[in-house]
Design a protein. Structure first.
Length: 181
């Protein structure tokens, strides 16, 4: 029997679990898309990542972090959104910065539950739309976002990972209603 997924605000006590979900999520989702050396090195920076997450709870932080959990497993997913960044500055539009689910929990509804909560909250925050960046070659993630009502808006950028440029595409979704995934 499947245990119910609960989505709630992330707390400082969740930082280690969120970092594990993020690192394992990168390593599973981006294998073959990002240099393996880059993915392997993520294991070496877990402590730094945990501390960055703890620092994000400082007063004045505008990021919204939520986690998905199951009573029998604890934290199984994490999502984060806030104001969209353009030219390094926030604007009055939303951006989904991250959405990761533990690899063994993909397909259980955790990602859909996180997305529904983020869309609801971003809408309540008054954002007219929500953007996100996804690896251009990450077909499963692109399908997930498309089922959630997002679509490519034509913007593309790349980031460098161990000397390799990794292309991303920007997706956009108007807010107001949630498209069931």
């Amino acid at each position: 029997m499947t245990t119910r997924i609960h989505v709630r605000d992330m707390t400082v006590d969740d930082c280690e679990a969120v970092t594990r979900v993020r690192v394992r999520g990168w390593q599973a989702a981006y294998a073959g898309l990002v240099p393996q050396s880059y993915l392997d090195d993520m294991d070496l920076t877990v402590a730094e990542d945990v501390e960055r997450r703890r620092a994000s709870f400082a007063p004045g932080t505008t990021l919204v972090n939520v986690v998905a959990e199951r009573p029998d497993l604890g934290v199984i997913g994490w999502g984060c959104y806030g104001a969209r960044r353009e030219n390094g500055r926030p604007i009055a539009r939303g951006e989904l910065y991250a959405l990761y689910v533990a690899p063994e929990q993909i397909g259980t509804g955790a990602g859909r539950a996180l997305m529904a909560e983020i869309v609801t909250r971003a809408t309540a925050d008054g954002f007219p739309d929500l953007a996100l960046w996804v690896l251009k070659e990450n077909a499963p993630a692109r399908r997930f976002y498309e089922r959630a009502g997002f679509g490519p808006d034509g913007a593309e950028e790349s980031f460098e990972a161990d000397g390799v440029m990794v292309p991303e595409v920007r997706y956009l979704r108007a807010l107001g209603t949630f498209a069931a995934a």
